[in-house]
Ligand binder design. Sequence first.
Ligand SMILES: [Zn+2]
Length: 380
Amino acid sequence: MTEKLYYIDAYIKEFDAEVISSEYDGKYYLTVLDKTAFFPEEGGQSADKGFIGGVRVLDAREMDGIVYHITESELKRGSYHCVLDFDQRFEKMQCHSAEHILCGIIHRLYGYENVGFHLGEDLVTFDVGGELTASEIGEVERLANEIIYENREISTVFPSHEELKKLEYRSKLELYENVRLVVIDGVDTCACCAPHVSYTGEIGVIKIVDFMRHRGGMRLFLQAGRRAFADYTSRYEITRAVGALTSTPSLEVLSSVEKLHADNAALSARLSELGLELARQRSSEIEKTDGNAVYLYGKGASMDEMREIANCAVERVGGVLAVLTEADGGYRYIIASRSVDLRTVIKDINASLSGKGGGRPEMVSGSFGSDIDTIKAYFN
Ligand SMILES: [Zn+2]
């Protein structure tokens, strides 16, 4: 069994250890040490990274009490100085401790159990077994941050089987032997194997950044500590940039964006009104004919405008009227007719003009890949 230094002290950044074995698994080396501070992937938390000697540790897994360090190259037997990427580890300690506080509060207030946890390199989610409203989540978040300001102690204990029976604690499993309890003074007691911070103040800040209903309960997305600060910074930069674009202070960007949105909707409505008016006027350019007619209406016209032209001019065309507009390197079309059941001919038309589309007997729409001369020649 590997001696687990991370159980005893979560703050070990460097240590010396003996390499016991280092075996090739077909891609990397599985290196076993006599003791380790590298926390392996466990309980939803991703593994620590760092170096054994000069060799990079990419991942770590535990099997039957042995921690296997996934190393880039082979390590010969002997003593090595090992270094963790402690910035990353500390961020996980902050997030994991934050999750305990939140789940402890949710359990106390609403009785819901924690039923899932994922602590990756940039995303932290946890699931609870019941539904919470936005205001309930806001209250849980507020209380969690109060626990941070109170800077409460977080300790770990290994109670005996007898002691354990008398204790109330959160756990995903029925555990009896070698149970490690993480105790946040007055807030939560939970069976857990991962490293945590020693005082809640080290978490800095807790923020639920998103939540959704999930399998009869809730999935919550968490930011805490250094990651929360980075998240705050990027969100602040976004609001500041939007503020600069709209010439408003960053805290007022919501109302200025709402106004832009409303102005844009009004402009769009006016534009489509004018577009239809113009389409009606242009439709008079289509001359009366007993045969077919092809009318090319600029670039990127809306389907509503093209339909308007077709509806206004179709009576003057004895055969079929094809209204086209240039779009996506080809032509979008509306074809209308009073004399031909278009459903019976559209397959043929599409096949001849690299097209696709369909519709009703009196009007079909779609797109052609052929060039304009080929299209005109086909209909004429
Ligand atoms: Zn934990």
